[in-house]
Design a protein around this ligand. Structure first.
Ligand SMILES: NC(=O)c1ccc[n+]([C@@H]2O[C@H](COP(=O)([O-])OP(=O)(O)OC[C@H]3O[C@@H](n4cnc5c(N)ncnc54)[C@H](O)[C@@H]3O)[C@@H](O)[C@H]2O)c1
Ligand SMILES: [Zn+2]
Ligand SMILES: [Zn+2]
Length: 345
């Protein structure tokens, strides 16, 4: 089969690989229909994720059709149309039973990281019963691809951890696909104000269409003053950091209102400054999280009911044969007005 392989820092290629086989009774082999690229794949290619070794097939998102199911798989059979979660979870270990599936003893974020992933014609899914979802008839298949990772990440790591409240004020720093997913799902709670901050005016324009009340370009300076002016001098109740660099964390610390919640969902590779000299008396809460994708069933129902339209995040389509071109387009997102790329397998 054809597969996109990480060969070392800055080096990816479309290779011919043997088809994946069942290895454990709980495995399924899924034939991919659609997959996509994630900002995290770019981090891997840059060498930011050294646990991902050369030779790995990338990708942790997608939908497909079950081709083979192991003897212990009871919820899926060949021919079923399925959504693949970015998190593989056994459902039985101590972390899974606490709902912290991202830390599953025999799973977690392993797809396209520690085991071969979804940017291929076929993929082996461990713990299939608890890592796949049936796709309901009639729902938009491409919307489903957004449920593998970015919607649960924006919602769990951003909106839930930021304790977005009705009538509250929210700032989302970073209007990439994940920040925009937080913007879409924050609206479940009807906050009074959602301020979106990014360097890319095109992404800010998309954010405005998706329901942001205010959009600020981080390159224009005086961000803290501008956020304060929009919030009566108090700052925001929820600050969601969706970039993963020290400057955006510092910004969140500077704009959080007394009693507020900072939610960090960006992948950070460098230390940040924690300004306790200012924040100690402000009753703030800081939370981090690796996505658990435990809210996927809820998000799936919201999409099915038409309350959430994550297919709005898709800007480009490519065939698997052209996936290198897709990476190129995605890597120059601002130039190409790119958000999510659909890859047809
Ligand atoms: N916690 C998790 O489990 C989890 C899961 C998935 C992704 N992530 C992480 O979430 C982050 C966002 O993902 P994405 O796919 O949307 O990434 P992305 O790179 O597409 O988006 C990041 C956005 O930040 C903007 N930006 C960069 N520097 C900025 C600055 N100084 N001020 C304001 N905006 C700035 C960029 O213009 C871009 O639009 C990444 O760090 C990704 O690795 C975390
Ligand atoms: Zn991802
Ligand atoms: Zn587990």
């Amino acid at each position: 089969m054809k597969a996109l392989v990480y060969r070392g820092v800055g080096d990816i290629a479309l290779e011919d690989r043997p088809d994946p086989q069942l290895q454990q009774p709980g495995d399924a082999v899924v034939r991919l229909v659609k997959t996509t690229l994630c900002g995290t794949d770019l981090h891997i290619i840059k060498g930011d994720v050294p646990t991902c070794q050369p030779g790995r097939i990338l990708g942790h998102e997608g939908i497909g059709v079950v081709e083979q199911a192991g003897a212990a798989v009871s919820q899926f059979k060949p021919g079923d149309r399925v959504l693949i979660s970015c998190i593989s979870s056994c459902g039985k270990c101590d972390f899974c039973r606490k709902g912290m599936t991202s830390h599953c003893r025999t799973g977690g974020w392993i797809l396209g990281h520690l085991i071969d992933g979804t940017q291929a014609e076929k993929v082996r899914i461990p713990h299939a019963d608890t890592s796949l979802y049936h796709i309901p008839d009639g729902v938009d298949e491409e919307a489903m691809v957004m449920l593998s990772d970015i919607l649960p990440t924006g919602f769990e790591c951003g909106v839930l951890n930021g304790r977005v409240q009705p009538g509250g004020s929210v700032a989302i720093v970073g209007a990439g696909p994940v920040g925009l997913a937080a913007l879409l799902t924050a609206q479940f709670y009807s906050p009074a104000r959602i301020i979106m901050i990014d360097l890319d005016d095109n992404r800010l324009e998309v954010a405005r269409r998706f329901g942001a009340s205010d959009c600020l370009n981080a390159g224009d300076g005086q961000l803290v003053e501008k956020v304060m002016a929009l919030t009566g001098g108090l700052g925001v109740d929820s600050a969601i950091e969706a970039v993963g660099v020290p400057a955006t964390f510092t910004l969140c610390e500077s704009i959080i209102a007394p009693g507020g919640d900072i939610a960090v969902l960006g992948v950070h590779g460098k230390p940040v400054e924690l300004h306790l000299e200012r924040l100690w008396s402000h009753n703030i809460t800081l939370r981090t999280r690796l996505v658990d994708a435990v809210t996927t069933p809820m998000l799936l129902k919201s999409v099915e009911a038409g309350k959430l339209q994550p297919e709005q995040l898709i800007t480009h389509h490519f065939a698997l044969a052209d996936i290198l071109e897709a990476y190129d387009t995605f890597g120059k997102a601002a130039e190409n007005k790119a958000l999510k790329m659909i890859i047809e397998a």
